[in-house]
Ligand binder design. Structure first.
Ligand SMILES: [Zn+2]
Length: 252
């Protein structure tokens, strides 16, 4: 009988327990034995989902790992939740594939067209080289707005309250091009940004634009910035009908 830290590694109490949170699938449609299902058809085979947990004893795992190498004595149970959530019930809760993409100094985006084509939502942002002259900065942003993948311009003026002034940008011209290419403007709710401001939201709505309220969150806590984004949008007279992320998703 082997001992690990004075505890029997084969039987007895476990002091370090681990469970893995995994996802189980219920297959609702059969396929011919030996015939693989192509990845892009896999979704159609799934009837529903459940939680699946693997339970293991970490102290046995540690003992096995050295010097014996991995065995599976540590795994003593796999359990599945009795609740099956059907694919149909989850259909309205789709997670979009999106990114915030840098606008390079010449107005190109920093991701390749093949990646951008795969995405549902692309926000384009100026993150560096913000002290460009007004005409060059406006051209740079205009160029990005014309890109067919771009759906929204993030923090359009790039200010950081008390730390960095607004970018020199002809906002009126940007609004015009955004309208032409059906690109929304962000109301960024990060307390240091609030960009667009309430006043600029009003101008954007007058120019016939739609806005996106977002958080610029870099943590779970940051998601609370949504309140500031919504209040800023309201200050500019926006209602839910002007805010793209209150609307159902339609992929063109
Ligand atoms: Zn950004």
């Amino acid at each position: 009988m082997a001992l690990f830290d004075g505890i029997c590694a084969v039987s007895g109490c476990r002091f370090s327990l681990d469970y893995e949170l995994e996802l189980g699938f219920y297959i609702g449609r059969s396929n011919e034995l030996g015939t693989p299902v192509p990845v892009d058809m896999a979704q159609g085979q799934v009837f529903g989902y459940c939680l699946l947990n693997d339970w293991s004893a970490r102290d046995i795992q540690a003992w096995e790992y050295q010097p014996l190498g991995p065995f599976l004595a540590k795994n003593f149970l796999t359990s599945i939740s009795p609740w099956v959530v059907t694919s149909e019930a989850l259909a309205p809760f789709r997670v979009l594939r999106g990114t915030e993409c840098d606008i390079l100094p010449d107005g190109q985006l920093d991701l390749s067209p093949s990646i951008l084509r795969e995405l549902d939502w692309v926000q384009a942002s100026v993150h560096g080289g913000q002290r460009m002259p007004r005409a060059a900065m406006t051209r740079r942003v205009e160029e990005a707005l014309r890109h067919p993948a771009v759906r929204c311009l993030s923090h359009p003026l790039g200010r950081l309250i008390g730390r960095r002034p607004e970018n020199a940008l002809d906002l009126e011209r940007v609004f015009e091009v955004a309208r032409e290419h059906d690109v929304a403007l962000e109301v960024n709710g990060l307390a240091a940004r609030l960009d667009l401001s309430g006043e600029h939201v009003r101008d954007a709505l007058r120019a016939g634009l739609r806005i996106v309220c977002s958080t610029d969150a870099h943590s779970v806590r940051g998601l609370g910035n949504m309140t500031l984004a919504v209040h800023t949008a309201r200050r500019g007279g926006a209602t839910a009908a002007d805010v793209v992320n209150t609307m159902p998703w339609h992929r063109e």
